[in-house]
Design a protein around this ligand. Sequence first.
Ligand code: ATP
Length: 245
Amino acid sequence: MTEAAITGLSVDRIVKDYPSGGGVDVGAIQFEAGKLIALIGPNGAGKSTLIKALVGALDAQINGLSYSGTAITDPRQRARLLAYLSQTRTGPALASVRDVVALGRFPFGGQDPEGRVARVIEQLGLTALTDRRFGTLSGGEQARVLLGRALAVDAPVLLVDEPTASLDPHYVLRILEALRQEAQRGRTVIVSLHDLALAQRYCDTAIVLSGGKIVAQGSFETALTPDILRDVFRIRQTPNGYEPQ
Ligand SMILES: Nc1ncnc2c1ncn2[C@@H]1O[C@H](COP(=O)(O)OP(=O)(O)OP(=O)(O)O)[C@@H](O)[C@H]1O
């Protein structure tokens, strides 16, 4: 790409074809540092596939992956640069909350010189749960612990797949606030969300996926036009929110 001066994550092309016929085929994308970027689109649009391809969680064709002009070629380098929260909330049932969050330091040999694990535990409201076994937590509590593991990496790029699913309203807002703070710290934060109102409230820009392709990107004004709402999301805006088309 010619815009190597831009800080953040960039990729030239990603292709993934599942035998089911689904997948993604997208061209160059620039995810700018310091931004909270919403990845939005209907069910099956390819959001999780795109995120998994970027982090290397599935076997996909991916060309020109780089961070701030430096090519990402080595898996360990990728694990240090890109932290990931999967949509599938699984974790080691017998491990303590503290130990699950500390797994985020694995790419750094377990070292945590800045006390990142303790900070994340406090930030996500997990202090009272630190000694509980992961397997004994509620679904929403487990979701927060796994987000904690991703935040503990303290990677320049954070990719989180539906982090607010199964969270109560307090933690939905708190987690989005935490992601916004990460972006304000200069991180590149990519978050897939279904709640368009929340996405607009917290995120700086949007990428709209449909049928495995990017159909719009940029500010929410340009990405969520009445046409996109109708053709992609099958909804329309009303004075009170949205309604189905
Ligand atoms: N492991 C798989 N095997 C076959 N097809 C798959 C697989 N994973 C996803 N797909 C298909 O690829 C397409 C994109 O799926 P993906 O999970 O990326 O969508 P999504 O936008 O994250 O959806 P959602 O909002 O429902 O989580 C869908 O058509 C889906 O059925």
